[in-house]
Design a protein around this ligand. Sequence first.
Ligand SMILES: Cc1cc2nc3c(=O)[nH]c(=O)nc-3n(C[C@H](O)[C@H](O)[C@H](O)COP(=O)(O)O)c2cc1C
Length: 165
Amino acid sequence: MDKITLVKSSQLTSPNPVTVVCTQKPDGSTNLATVSWWTYLSFNPNMVAYAMSKRSYSGEMVRQNKKVILTVPGAEIAPAVLGCGCTSGRDTDKASKFNVELTDVPGSDIKIPLHSRVAIVCHLKEYHEVGDHYLYICDVEQVYGNEQEQALFAWNGYSEIRPAK
Ligand SMILES: Cc1cc2nc3c(=O)[nH]c(=O)nc-3n(C[C@H](O)[C@H](O)[C@H](O)COP(=O)(O)O)c2cc1C
């Protein structure tokens, strides 16, 4: 085997499942950010985690509100998912910029993309500094699914977003 970097390793392990992290902005609108560093943690109790750059606006919002919805986006919004991973909610309304149709989730004031295969409604339990990222550890409150939507994956690191099939 060749000695490689961890960045190269993340490319060799692609495709990686992609989520769109949905948080609420102070004006009540929803911010969308693309995240592939996420994982299930526990089924009893239900818990998930994801890592986001310390600079991300989504991180600021979840640390403030303690609420977040992780969605697995459907194939129809692939270009928008790439766009949501290249812009910040700090200065952009990503849902309107990338024409992402949003829908309500029962019991939550955060909206999600209509084209979602899965939505995991979470409460932030704790977060930890991990190098240049924060690791957000979440309790899962509700989970919704739509098998008609085809899940998206990130290929070659972050460079391409498409289904795995
Ligand atoms: C396919 C893809 C996957 C990404 N995965 C992550 C990730 O796991 N963690 C992260 O911090 N940023 C990730 N990003 C970059 C963020 O989406 C990007 O920094 C975004 O601008 C953050 O938006 P925000 O400032 O509105 O939170 C990814 C981008 C793409 C295109």
